[in-house]
Write a protein that binds this ligand. Sequence first.
Ligand code: FES
Length: 111
Amino acid sequence: MRRVDLLGVDEVPPGTMKMAWVDGVDSVLVVNLDGEIRAFQGICSHEYFELDKGFLTRDSLTCALHLSRFDLETGEPLDPPAELPIMRYTVVLENGRVFIEIPDGPLPVNE
Ligand code: FES
């Protein structure tokens, strides 16, 4: 298991999202839902498209390319064409920073 420092909590105000990077190559979408920070894979599970270009609503995220919505609790797709959930990572907040805890090795991603 390893802990990866993504960004400062103050970089993601409530109701916003921001892309961060693991090992400089893998993207992670950090979402602030009314003060609760969550982290998901940054690329859509349907095709290669950055989810920070999508739209955040109260409890879902819409991919801007084909408009699948994803549940921000489970990561599950709510509409086609996406069929796989987006991975949600365990978030740890420490000293004003957002970390995720992931297995050693490459970032787990559904694609
Ligand atoms: S790339 Fe996201 S729904 Fe198709």
